[in-house]
Design a binder for this molecule. Structure first.
Ligand SMILES: [Zn+2]
Ligand SMILES: [Zn+2]
Length: 364
């Protein structure tokens, strides 16, 4: 956790970094929940959302809650065979995906009916060495999902794996990752024109062991926990006395898109922010919708010098090197920020949605 003192005028002062979409031995991961907790603590994570396939057993076993400085939450990866995988958080009962591969809207609705949050997992299935690794989302006519996994570390890595680079890929996984799939970004920008849709950075880590290799574990937990993280921004610290209240704080931030994601192995992204200002006062944060007015300015700020790009509806409208980027809003659109560091993908904001129309019409 880190307190961002410069942002207190906006009422949001706390940044927590989490790892999302983790598999344990309770499904097809290689680590037990206590081992995963230990690796996450070593990596300095603030929270972790476990998502074993098709069940919530880790909760039933009593693992949910604080483990010293780490908040462990238990979600589910709703897992139809081959495609349409869906991450479900804050649900009471597991949602069955097996046998329901051709009814993705039902899966989304079953999560929403429980008041849960749902994210389309590893949405794009292009370029993988095997079909079993891809598991894309096939039906984009669906509605009612909270958001999309935009940058999944394992899928970025797997998509760029080739026979020619497998040794390097296992020894130095970062050497083959390239960032979110362009098609995932395109979908995100397109849906954002109609409604808020939250982007996440996730892992989908199993830490599978393959005996006989020099590096026998594929993307070990401890390593992966230092890579792609989703950072949530909060107005007050996570509750240490009441883990269920802390869980609510995490889920509210994710539901509202008050978060960004970054590869923290390329640089600690803590302190990044992206806000809308009017007359030097912050009037909007990531994830929020604002009515267009010509006196709005967008400001992105990175914790260290990098290449900042501001995009509107997927097209770069401003960019520059440094720690800060300002842009006077000249028309409505879905605005978000991408930051590159030494030509590597680093930080991705959630959007600020500047809408044509009255403020009253936008209150969600
Ligand atoms: Zn999956
Ligand atoms: Zn998974």
């Amino acid at each position: 956790m880190s307190m961002l003192s410069s942002d207190r005028n906006a009422g949001i002062a706390y940044d927590y970094a989490g790892a999302i979409h983790i598999h344990s031995t309770l499904s097809d991961g290689s680590g037990t929940v206590p081992q995963i907790v230990e690796h996450a603590q070593e990596a300095g994570l603030d929270f972790l959302i476990l998502t074993d396939h098709e069940h919530l057993q880790a909760r039933e076993l009593g693992f949910e809650g604080w483990h010293d400085e780490l908040l462990l939450l238990v979600g589910e990866e709703v897992t139809p065979r081959f495609h349409n995988h869906y991450l479900a958080f804050d649900i009471e009962r597991p949602v069955r995906g097996r046998g329901n591969w051709n009814r993705p809207q039902q899966l989304i609705d079953a999560v929403a009916e429980q008041g849960g949050l749902g994210f389309i997992a590893h949405p794009i299935g292009e370029g993988y060495p095997t079909r079993a690794m891809a598991c894309p989302w096939l039906d984009w006519t669906v509605s009612g999902f909270t958001g999309i996994e935009i940058w999944s570390y394992m899928h970025d890595w797997a998509r760029n794996l080739r026979w020619s680079n497998v040794a390097a890929a296992l020894a130095r996984p970062d050497s083959i990752v390239r960032g979110p799939h362009r098609e995932a970004l395109r979908r995100w920008d397109a849906i954002g024109k109609c409604r808020r849709v939250v982007g996440l950075g996730t892992l989908d880590i199993h830490a599978k062991r393959i005996p006989g290799l020099v590096y026998p574990t594929v993307l070990p937990y401890r390593f992966a926990f230092g890579t792609v993280r989703t950072h949530i921004l909060l107005e007050s610290p996570l509750s240490r006395s009441d883990w269920q209240r802390a869980a609510r704080q995490v889920y509210d931030a994710l539901r509202n898109g008050r978060c960004f994601f970054a590869h923290d192995g390329f640089g600690d992204s803590t302190g990044f922010h992206f806000v809308a200002q009017r007359q030097n006062a912050v009037v909007g944060w990531m994830g929020e919708e604002l009515p267009f007015s010509p006196d709005l300015t967008l400001i992105a700020s990175a914790p260290e010098s990098a290449h900042l790009c501001l995009l509107r509806d997927g097209v770069v409208v401003a960019e520059g090197d440094g720690k800060r980027l300002r842009f006077r809003v000249d028309r409505p659109g879905v605005y978000r920020v991408e930051v590159r560091k030494k030509f590597r993908p680093w930080i991705f904001s959630n959007p600020i949605y500047i809408r044509d129309g009255e403020a009253e019409a936008l209150s969600a």
